[in-house]
Design a protein around this ligand. Sequence first.
Ligand code: C2O
Ligand code: CU
Length: 443
Amino acid sequence: ILEDDHMHAHHQGQVTGTSGNPVSVTELKGPQTGIPDKKYVLSAETKTLRLASGEAIEAWTFNGQIPGPALEADEGDLVEVRLVNKNIASGVTLHWHGVDVPNGEDGVAGMTQDAVMPGESYTYRFVVNETGTHWYHSHQQSSIQVQKGLFGSFVIRPSNQQDSETMDATVMAHHWVTPGGREIAALGLADTFQRQKVKPGTPVRLRLVNAGNLTQTFTLNGVSYKVAAVDGYELNEPGTLTDSLLRIGGGGRYDVIFTMPKTPVTLTMISEPDPIGIVYSQDGQGEPDILQKGTVLDITAYGSPADTPFNPSTDFDRSFTVILDQTYFGTYNGEAGQQWVINGKAFPETPTLMVREGDIVKTTFVNRSFADHPMHLHGHHIQVLSRNGEPISGSPLVLDTLNIEPGESFEVAFLANNPGLWMDHCHNLDHAQKGMTMHVAYE
Ligand code: C2O
Ligand code: CU
C-alpha cells in the first residue's frame, strides 16, 4: 500500500521514463536570447568573516558576504545570473529555491548540470513569475555548502506593486557550526533594518527566511502584525496577531507586515537570548519588549478560505504516499549511524514519483519520525489540501517547502506542468544528505 503503480525505484544517474527513453534535462533551458531585465554576477569564494559574536569564521561566500547579495527582480523579468567559482574546491551551483525555473536552470549538481569548478563560470537565464520572498543557494554538497554560507535572498516584486512607502527588510536566519560542533547564530539583517529609524505610521514588511536546517520559532513584540505571505504566496485576508509564535521550517519563508508604532518593535527567535532585530521609531526609543510568549500560529487555520484549483475531492491523475521515518543502522555516504528514509529506503533507493505532463498529482506525506521534515519540491508549487485528515480551514496555502512535524500527515496537490527531473527532499539538509531525498520524473 505504500507504493503506487507509478513509484519506481531507480539508481542515481540512470533515469528512464516508463517508455524506456532517457529523460534529457539539459535541453530544458530558459530563453537563451534577449536582453535580460536584471543581471547579476555571483562569485563563490572563501573569506574570513567576523560574526556579531566576535568569532572569526572561515566562510564560503558569494561576493565575500553572508548572506550573498540580495537579488531582486520584478514579475516577468528575464533574469541572468553568472556564477563564477573563484576557489571553492568541491565546485558550486545555484538553485533558485521557490522559483519554478525550467529544469535545465535548476542548479542541481550531478542532475541538471555539473558543478562549476574553480576557475569556471556558468550562466543561468530564466523568466521569473513566482512573486514574493525566495532565496538561492548552492546545490552541490548542499548540507556543507549552505551551512558554510553559500546562500542569499531572492525577492520578486509583483508587477502591480506601486507602493514605495513600505520599509522592506529581509532577515535570513542561519547558524554557523564551529569545527567543535558549537552553533552560533549568524543572522543576515539588512543594514537598513539595523540602522534606520522608521517614521511612525510607515508600513513595514519583514521577510523572514529560515536558511538553516532546524525549525525556528520567531515572534514580534511591541506591535500587532499579520503574516502576509508564506513561501512568497500571499495569504487571503490574514488576521491580526499580537503574540503568536511563528514556526518556520528549514527553507521556509514568512512575510510579516505591520504599521510602525511610536515605540520599538523587536523580532526574536526563541533559540536566541537577545532579539535578532529591533526596528526603532523616529519618535524616540522606548524600551524594546523581548518577551517570548504566545501560542504557535496554526497556519492551516489562518486567514480566510478562497477558491483554489484543487480540493480533497478533485479527480487526481496520480496519488502517492510518502512515509518519512528514521533508521539507526548502517553506513551511509561513508558515515555510520542515522539514516533518514522515505518509504523505508534511503536515497538513491527511494522511490521516484513518475508523472506525465498535465497530471494533477496528489501526495500524502506522513511523518513517523521524531524530527521535523520540511519537504521541498523543486520546480513546482504544492497546494495544501488537508492536515491530519482535516481539510485546511484558513487561507489557501501554496508552498514549495512543507514542514511536517512528528506524527503529522498532510495531503498536497500539484500540477505537473514543468517537465524534467526534479528533486523532492527534506530541507533539513543533513537529513537530505543522509537519505531523505527522492525524485519526481516525467515519463
Ligand atoms: Cu533549497 Cu533542493 O533545495
Ligand atoms: Cu528531515
